[in-house]
Design a protein around this ligand. Structure first.
Ligand SMILES: [Fe+2]
Ligand SMILES: [Fe+2]
Length: 286
C-alpha cells in the first residue's frame, strides 16, 4: 500500500502542483528492485493506464494505427527540433519517473557512452523514445507508451497486468485467441503485429538510417514479455534470437539510468548534434 506521503505526492502530480518539484536521486541510491515496481505509489494511475491499453489494443486497432501513422503525414522536423517538441511530455505508464523526456534520453545515452559502446548505440539511446511525439500529434498515451505485446494471437501471462485482457474482444475471438493465432510458428517478429506504440513508429522512421542491432533496440525495447520474460519464443526466428542480446543490452540503460542527476543539455548538445548529423538526414518526415 502506498504511504500517505506517496499518495499526496501522486495527487500533487495529477493536479500539476508547482510545489511537487521532481527530486532526483543519484545513480545507485535506488535499489534495482524498486524500478518498474507497480505496487508503489502511482499504482492506480498505472493500472488505469494498462487496463485501457489492454482493452483497446486489438489487431484491428493496430492495423488501423499503422495505416494512419506510418504514412508520415504529420510534419517535417529536424531531429533536434523533434526532441525539443517531445520534451513537453510526461509518460503516464512509467511508475519510476516524471523526468522531462529529453533528460531521460540524455541520461540513457550518456550511460551508454560512459561504457564505451559504439556511437550508433549511443545515438540509439538518445533517440529511442522519440516516437512518443505521437502523443503530441493527439494520440492518447495508452496507444503510445507502456509495454508492448503481440496482437492476433493469445496474450501471454507474462505481460504486465495480463488479467485485463479478459476485456479485450480479441481474447474471445477464436481467430486470435489461440497460441499462434494468425501467425506461423517461427515466422519471425517482423511478421508479428505488436500493440501500437512509440517503438514501432520510431522503428519505421529510423529504418533507413541505423544498423539492424539499433533497430531491434528501438522496435522491441518495450516488449518485456519477450526480452525479459522469455515469452513468445515460438514466434521468433534466427534473426530475432541473434538480436535479442542487443535488446537486452539496451534495457538496463533505459531503466536504471533514470534517477541520475540530470545531465546539462546545453553542454552536450554539440556532441549529440554531430552524432545525429552523422547518421540522420537534416530533416525527418513525421
Ligand atoms: Fe520507450
Ligand atoms: Fe526510455
Amino acid at each position: 500500500m502506498p504511504t500517505i506521503e506517496q499518495m499526496s505526492n501522486q495527487f500533487a502530480k495529477e493536479i500539476g502542483s508547482e510545489m511537487d518539484a521532481p527530486s532526483f536521486t543519484a545513480v545507485g541510491e535506488k535499489p534495482k528492485s524498486a524500478f518498474r515496481d507497480y505496487e508503489q505509489a502511482g499504482i492506480d494511475r498505472v493500472r488505469t493506464f494498462y487496463r485501457t491499453n489492454h482493452i483497446h489494443q486489438t489487431l484491428a486497432f493496430v492495423l488501423e494505427k499503422k495505416s494512419h501513422w506510418l504514412a508520415f503525414q504529420q510534419r517535417t522536423m529536424s531531429p533536434w527540433a523533434a526532441l525539443e517538441f517531445l520534451n513537453t511530455l510526461v509518460d503516464e505508464s512509467d511508475p519510476d519517473i516524471e523526468l522531462p523526456q529529453v533528460v531521460h534520453l540524455l541520461q540513457t545515452a550518456e550511460a551508454i557512452r560512459r561504457d564505451g559502446h559504439p556511437d550508433w548505440f549511443v545515438l540509439t539511446g538518445f533517440l529511442h523514445d522519440l516516437g512518443k511525439v505521437l502523443c503530441l500529434f493527439g494520440e492518447p498515451q495508452w496507444a503510445v507508451v507502456g509495454d508492448t505485446f503481440p496482437v492476433g494471437c493469445q496474450h501471454a501471462e507474462e505481460i504486465v497486468f495480463s488479467s485485463y485482457f479478459n476485456e479485450n474482444p480479441d481474447a474471445h475471438d477464436p481467430r486470435y485467441n489461440t497460441r499462434l493465432g494468425i501467425y506461423e510458428a517461427g515466422c519471425g517478429l517482423d511478421a508479428v503485429h505488436l500493440s501500437w506504440g512509440h517503438d514501432e513508429y520510431l522503428y519505421h522512421l529510423m529504418k533507413p538510417y541505423l544498423p539492424i542491432e539499433a533497430l531491434y533496440m528501438i522496435r522491441y525495447h518495450s516488449f518485456y514479455a519477450w526480452h525479459r520474460e522469455g515469452a513468445y519464443g515460438y514466434l521468433t526466428n534466427e534473426q530475432d534470437a541473434e538480436n535479442l542480446r542487443w535488446v537486452q543490452a539496451f534495457n538496463p540503460y533505459d531503466l536504471y539510468s533514470k534517477s541520475a542527476n540530470p545531465p546539462v543539455l546545453s553542454e552536450l548538445r554539440p556532441y549529440y548534434e554531430d552524432l545525429m548529423a552523422k547518421y540522420l538526414p537534416s530533416t525527418l518526415q513525421f
